[in-house]
Design a protein around this ligand. Sequence first.
Ligand SMILES: O=C(O)c1ccc[n+]([C@@H]2O[C@H](COP(=O)([O-])O)[C@@H](O)[C@H]2O)c1
Ligand SMILES: Cc1cc2nc[nH]c2cc1C
Length: 357
Amino acid sequence: MTTLLAETVAAIRPLDAAAMAAADARHATLTKPPGSLGALEELGVRLAGLAGTSPPPLPEPAVVAVFAGDHGVHAQRVSPWPQEVTAQMVANFLAGGAVVNAFARQAGADVVVVDVGVATPLITADHDGQPRLVAANVRRGTGDLSVEAALTRDEAVAAIEVGITVGNDLVDAGARCLLTGDMGIGNTTPAAALIAAFTGAAAADVTGRGTGIDDETHGRKVAVVQRALALHRPDPADPVGVLAAVGGLEHAALAGFVLGAAARRVPVILDGVIADSAALAAAALAPDAVGAMVAGHRSAEPGAAIALRHLGLGPLVDLGLRLGEGTGAVLAWPIVASAARVLHDVATFDSAGVAEK
Ligand SMILES: O=C(O)c1ccc[n+]([C@@H]2O[C@H](COP(=O)([O-])O)[C@@H](O)[C@H]2O)c1
Ligand SMILES: Cc1cc2nc[nH]c2cc1C
């Protein structure tokens, strides 16, 4: 391990039990039947444990970081879309025209785009006031994981450290909630391989329809994931090795982004299956990182639910989304903020003069 990754992992600590107990006790005094906010109560308590204080700080401002990369496994025809769409969508994010931009404007979140592994040099116009591009390309696309390692170990570590650095820089600039986003044609294939490697689930159970593929393509995609697992025999006790063998540049960067958030004790809202697969790598590197994670939504991709179950996280939103870009995380952010705000704003039975049962 190089210094930044090792330092970041070493800085990740368990949730603060005293702050959690204080938030729990405060919930009991608020003008609502005990437990009536369901999963939001557990979330508010967890936010307090992460911050080490009750009530926890409001998770704002929020920034969604969209990590973009390309995939050698695209050559196996696992996605119906041409690889150039990755770079073209990066340009669309920067121009403010993608779904994540619309959702972020609606919610009041900022968008940054990170080129960690796009195959072609990005030609982007200067759009005043629009999302920023972080140029941090580690490699112009991965190797084809069905025939070779996707990345070298050094490249995997470099991509993880891009994610840590992006997270640190955003927190230094004032962000108090980090949201994951991804863009990469073909990236649901390495996501499936990572989820199989870290959870032990079968390739057929974690491999889905991605952007929308027919039965023949899906059969080929399952076989590709099986072949990759048989070829590399990834060892979940060696998370960097797993990311290098069957991962992707954006998956590795997202793992680092999650670790960075956990080390800085800022909540990180996971988007879809790509973030969920990266979160498994982050949890394997630092089990206490799970305390900082919030499952924004349950992607329609079948590996997502399997990954979230392995992490012990329940999704906040379940709308059948399968877009990526950070869209599900942005939709979940106001729910996360509401869980924190309850502990700030809601009157107590005493102060409001409401009778208890
Ligand atoms: O977020 C998800 O769960 C999700 C599910 C299916 C597809 N995607 C997005 O679609 C692209 C990958 O799909 P595919 O079929 O090319 O592997 C990539 O850009 C992802 O952001 C994302
Ligand atoms: C158009 C398009 C937009 C996307 N956003 C995330 N993944 C995507 C894949 C495609 C194909």
